[in-house]
Design a protein around this ligand. Sequence first.
Ligand SMILES: [Mg+2]
Length: 278
Amino acid sequence: MPQLKDIATQIRRDIVRMVHGVQSGHPGGSLGCADFLTALYFKVMDHQPAPFDMDGKNQDVFFLSNGHISPVFYSALARSGYFPVQELGSFRKLNSRLQGHPTTHEHLPGIRIASGSLGQGISVAIGAALTKKLNNDKNLVFCLTGDGELEEGQIWEALIFAPHNKVDNLIVTVDLNGQQIDGTTEDVAGLGDVGAKFQVFGWEVLHMNGNDMDDVVAVLEKAKALAGKGKPIAIMMKTVMGQGVDFMEGHHEWHGIAPSDEQLAKALAQLPETLGDY
Ligand SMILES: [Mg+2]
């Protein structure tokens, strides 16, 4: 089994190659969340890639709320065995199962909801978590949301509902990269102390450096240990948008633009091939 850090590096290569290949997509948030998705799919989650079971009964399930970071999601799914790695080359192409924003219509294994219409993932994850309780299914539900996404009103309905209903088999991670499509989150609509807000709503709150693999694994394991204790769990995950590619790091401009040929070469020089390119 390759080291988690090496898997994350290959996933970062996949991300920039996929987005470059069609000159379309979202590299910044994808690169920032590569360590998190690697830890989830290769270490932390108890899940079965194949055969894919849409209901996910008796396994951990993950919902990507900020669906525009589909490149990192598709790469993590393919690399962990949900579908052939070669299919990453069809990203955003006509009739591909790998559309810009994930949907269930294409029946891509690993995708359980359409996402990209922001704000909906936590609500869906709560529904899945309550279903697991009704089914006496002891596995967990994970969800990732962006920080800019917290400006959606539906998020706050979900944040009220989950603690009130003791949805304690749910682990929500917030990608605090401080950036969104139009600028920094503080400039667009200041979020203040996000962890304090979750806490005052009744969530158990943890903090994590989302670009330090050891910390990611340790905090996710700690979150799992806190499940079943009466409170939903939220992880405040600090990441750098564009992490791993120096000229993309920390710039909101890389939210949703593709690298040129020259920029791709520069990026790939910083990301050694570890598992073999698709
Ligand atoms: Mg953001």
